[in-house]
Design a protein around this ligand. Sequence first.
Ligand SMILES: Nc1ncnc2c1ncn2[C@@H]1O[C@H](COP(=O)(O)OP(=O)(O)OP(=O)(O)O)[C@@H](O)[C@H]1O
Ligand SMILES: [Mg+2]
Length: 297
Amino acid sequence: MLRLNGLRKRFGELTAVDGIDLEVRPGETLGLLGPNGAGTSTTIKLALGALTPDAGSVELAGLGAPTDPRVRRRLGYAPQDLAIYEELSADENLRFFARLQGLRGPELARAVDAAIDVAGLAERRRDPARGYSGGMKRRLNLACATVHGPTLLLLDEPTVGVDPHSRNHLFDAIEALAAGGTTVVYTTHYMEEAERLCDRVAIVDHGRLLACDTVAALLHAHGGRPVVEVELAETPPPGTSLPGPVVDGCLRFVVDEPEMALAELRAKGLSWRSLRVQRADLETVFLDLTGRSLRDA
Ligand SMILES: Nc1ncnc2c1ncn2[C@@H]1O[C@H](COP(=O)(O)OP(=O)(O)OP(=O)(O)O)[C@@H](O)[C@H]1O
Ligand SMILES: [Mg+2]
């Protein structure tokens, strides 16, 4: 659906995108996960043709180059910085963007109504956007990007700065679009979002693509093994063979199958007050790939 070939973009001395090769498959939701300044927004802007690469190319399979206006109509883009008119209502914003995309008459009216539903803004559709909450503005920003029914949707941090209600609403809306066959590229700093929404996750740092795969495959390749910590109820009898050391009454070990290991401990007559199984997440993967934490990077 979208192929980025050796994309490179510099701003003066700074290389924001440093040779990104990526193929987005039709119908998938692909996450671009990286810390602040990783180059995800620049990558999205290059994909959409809003920036021209210094090297490399963008191909939209079967559609052509993103700079062709007919191809543009197949793309939807929700920028990181809100792109809505604060003085206009949700209705007026949506009509404006739908007209820009070539919709007219009853088709336009139907598209606007559907987008109002997607955004969950029926009750406030005639109020100026300036009075909306941050979450409502984000929902309208997404609706403006999708009003014309794009085949490929590029979302740049679509949930930034929103309350949990709006966040869930946005998730549901994005999942519904994906279920309807829309291909989605989604940038985020939040690994929880990538884990929930994305079929595959591309990990970006310093303008480079470090890995791109399903969450399960990334965890398998870069997540390490689960760590189990068992706060024992009693000191085990001397001579009991244990999978790890006991420090201050806490047995700690690394194991592939925690449930099986715990069953074995029970069979040895051990019991515990509390138990913690620490499984890898995308944070662990990022740490493994970069040596830094995603949150602190
Ligand atoms: N127009 C520009 N002029 C100069 N530098 C830029 C420009 N756009 C981006 N940069 C720089 O390029 C780097 C990558 O920017 P980009 O916006 O792609 O990051 P990002 O991954 O989207 O991060 P975030 O959205 O969290 O800031 C940053 O260091 C940024 O300061
Ligand atoms: Mg950004």
